[in-house]
Design a binder for this molecule. Structure first.
Ligand SMILES: [Mg+2]
Length: 334
């Protein structure tokens, strides 16, 4: 955000983005060419980037506050999965030709809320105009003690596989947004509906789990494209096989209600994505401590499967213990 190529851009940065960088050492009030970070002694920087685009990652008419919140949350979940504590982020925004100040105000407020929930602040970025829908790209930066980043590739046969939180709420929330009448076939109460919609709008990656995952997990990743597909990706990266027990997947009351009324919704739940919870594989000798420490930190945790030898392949088991046939394991971007 360093180059005020026009007064307009300069004003937007001053008004909507500079307040987000007020407490960032090294952001220089967004008035320099670049930002500066100094990792704490003995730490490494972990970087991740995720983009969200109108019409793809949020539906038209979505509240700008939620868009801002979600744009940061989907990056923070990657840092959580790597065992890295969020610190700062870079923000690039492409804004439609017709600028709506209320939209920018909402976006900035949503980012501000997410900053305080996740413990990070703005370091810098860029603002441009686009003839298309608005798009936001965030690069989040976190710190991890040197050599301690948790990889996708560390899973070993015998590891137990855990997830945090509940799975499927966001995908069901999106189904509700796309087809509000579907709530009646799910026999959902107004509270159920609100819960699912809120989980779609505001993912809350478990920042409280960062240290526990770093201390005990052999491998971890965030669940963004769908539990089944992401589990399979982790297995592929680790060159191991895996079994996901679909009956063990943790569900909210709302998701359980809908699944009870419409068993076919299981596919949405385990392949729909947008959960931004963590998937972690933990070796046998660390499982007791992992579970105990998650419990102490009030991190909702559930064992959902195991890592097996590579020859065993990857499968999702149903109620009868047999492998389910799923059309797609996860959301496909292309
Ligand atoms: Mg990810």
């Amino acid at each position: 955000m360093a180059k005020p190529t026009s007064d307009g851009e300069f004003c937007i940065i001053e008004r909507y983005f500079a307040p987000l960088a007020r407490n960032t050492a090294g952001a220089f009030n967004l008035k320099d060419d670049a930002g500066l970070i100094s990792p704490p002694d003995g730490h490494e920087a972990v970087l991740t980037t995720d983009m969200i685009v109108g019409g793809v990652h949020y539906l038209e008419g979505a509240a700008p506050r939620d868009i801002g919140y979600k744009a940061l949350a989907v990056n923070i979940s990657d840092l959580c999965a790597k065992g890295a504590k969020p610190s700062v982020y870079l923000l690039s925004v492409a804004l439609p030709e017709k600028l709506d100040p209320a939209w920018l105000e909402g976006l900035s407020e949503g980012l501000s809320e997410a900053q305080s929930d996740f413990g990070c602040t703005l370091l810098g970025g860029d603002t441009v105009r686009t003839p298309g829908p608005a798009a936001l790209s965030i690069t989040a930066i976190g710190f991890v003690p040197a050599g301690r980043m948790v990889h996708r590739s560390g899973a070993r046969p015998g590891d137990r596989v855990y997830v945090t939180g509940t799975i499927g709420d966001a995908a069901l929330g999106l189904a509700l947004l796309r087809d509000p009448k579907s709530a009646s076939s799910g026999h959902l109460s107004p509270d159920h509906k609100e819960h699912l919609l809120n989980r779609h709008r505001r993912p809350r990656p478990p920042v409280t789990a960062i240290e526990v995952v770093r201390n005990h997990a052999n491998a971890a990743m965030d669940i963004s494209d769908g539990l089944a597909g992401d589990f399979a990706k982790l297995c592929a990266a680790s060159n191991v096989g895996g079994r996901l027990d679909s009956t063990a997947v943790p569900l909210s009351d709302a998701a359980r209600q809908w699944l009870g009324a419409e068993p076919a919704r299981l596919a949405d739940i385990i392949t729909g994505g947008d959960d931004y919870e963590l998937l972690a594989t933990v070796p046998q000798n660390a499982q007791e401590n992992f579970e105990g420490e998650c419990c102490c930190s009030a991190i909702p945790l559930k064992a959902i499967g195991e890592i097996i030898d590579p020859g065993g392949g990857f499968s999702v088991l149903g109620e009868d213990g047999k492998a389910l046939e799923l059309e797609l394991l996860s959301y496909a971007h292309f």
